[in-house]
Design a binder for this molecule. Structure first.
Ligand SMILES: Nc1ncnc2c1ncn2[C@@H]1O[C@H](COP(=O)(O)OP(=O)(O)OP(=O)(O)O)[C@@H](O)[C@H]1O
Ligand SMILES: [Mg+2]
Length: 247
């Protein structure tokens, strides 16, 4: 099923370019708290990158910048070669919708909408006609093996199934990049591994670039590259090490 889609090929293309990214948040009692310090790395087309680090180290902050959900305080961020630092929120929304599929720990499905509606909704924002939306959503549902569940509500599904619906929703827009923040955080390890096998397949067979945050080294191992962040600094960037003893 996955093989039918066109594969991205030009591996030299840089998808994500972070150059000396710093991020500070204002503190309530005044002043700032700096969360990211000179974060610099590139991600090439077709890479599968895992970002690890202790709680509070800045992983989600980093991911929010990559996903154009937040902007850096200083530094340059380019997505597909375009500097998005100074774009308006409307322009950023268009970029997100066109290029990025998001997958979150808590699935972020609309609880009162059916599985099919959840997948169709982002396509509506693209102005896709209704019949095409339905066709596309059904195709994605089949891809994640849930075609029999299109009329279900998310509350009637297991965690792993919910995450598969969320992945179908992310894939519906034909993204070049998937950003996943703790995608297995709410799943048991069996379901978590199944989701990761699916990511691996999307990456390998379709060439979709994946950036995934995880706490677990066993999950990070599915990726080809690891960035480890500690206190807002990158302290490792390279292939997946044999174990996580030195991170
Ligand atoms: N919107 C915000 N406003 C103020 N402070 C924030 C905001 N977002 C994050 N922070 C702070 O930035 C730091 C890093 O948070 P972040 O969510 O990036 O960590 P994380 O590595 O994703 O942690 P976890 O593994 O627990 O999800 C924390 O100290 C957090 O309190
Ligand atoms: Mg986080």
């Amino acid at each position: 099923m996955v093989n039918k889609m066109k594969k991205n090929t030009d591996k030299s293309e840089i998808v994500i370019s972070m150059d000396k990214i710093c991020k500070s948040f204002p503190l309530e009692m005044g002043g700032d708290q700096q969360v990211l310090f000179d974060i610099t790395f590139n991600v090439k087309l077709g890479e599968f990158l895992a970002i690890m680090g202790p709680s509070g180290s800045g992983k989600s902050t980093c991911m929010n910048i990559i996903g154009a959900l937040d902007s850096p305080t200083t530094g340059t961020y380019k997505l597909y070669g375009r500097d998005i630092s100074n774009m308006t929120s409307d322009e950023l929304a268009i970029i997100r919708n066109e290029y990025i599929g998001f997958v979150f720990q808590q699935f972020n499905l609309l609880p009162k909408r059916t599985v099919l509606d959840n997948i169709m909704l982002p396509l509506m924002y693209r102005g896709m006609p209704m019949d095409e939306r339905i066709r596309r959503a059904r195709e994605m549902l089949a891809r994640v093996g849930l075609e029999k569940f299109e009329t279900y509500l998310p509350t009637q599904l297991s965690g792993g199934m919910k995450q598969r619906v969320a992945i179908a929703r992310a894939l519906a827009g034909d993204p070049k990049l998937i950003l996943a923040d703790e995608p297995t955080g709410a799943l048991d390890s069996k379901m978590g591994n199944e989701i990761l096998k699916f990511f691996k397949q999307l990456n390998r067979d379709l060439g979709i670039t994946i950036v995934m945050i995880t706490h677990e080294f066993d999950i990070a191992k599915y990726a080809d590259r690891l960035i480890h962040i500690r206190d807002g600094h990158i302290n490792y960037d390279g292939p997946i090490p044999k174990n996580d003893n030195n991170l």
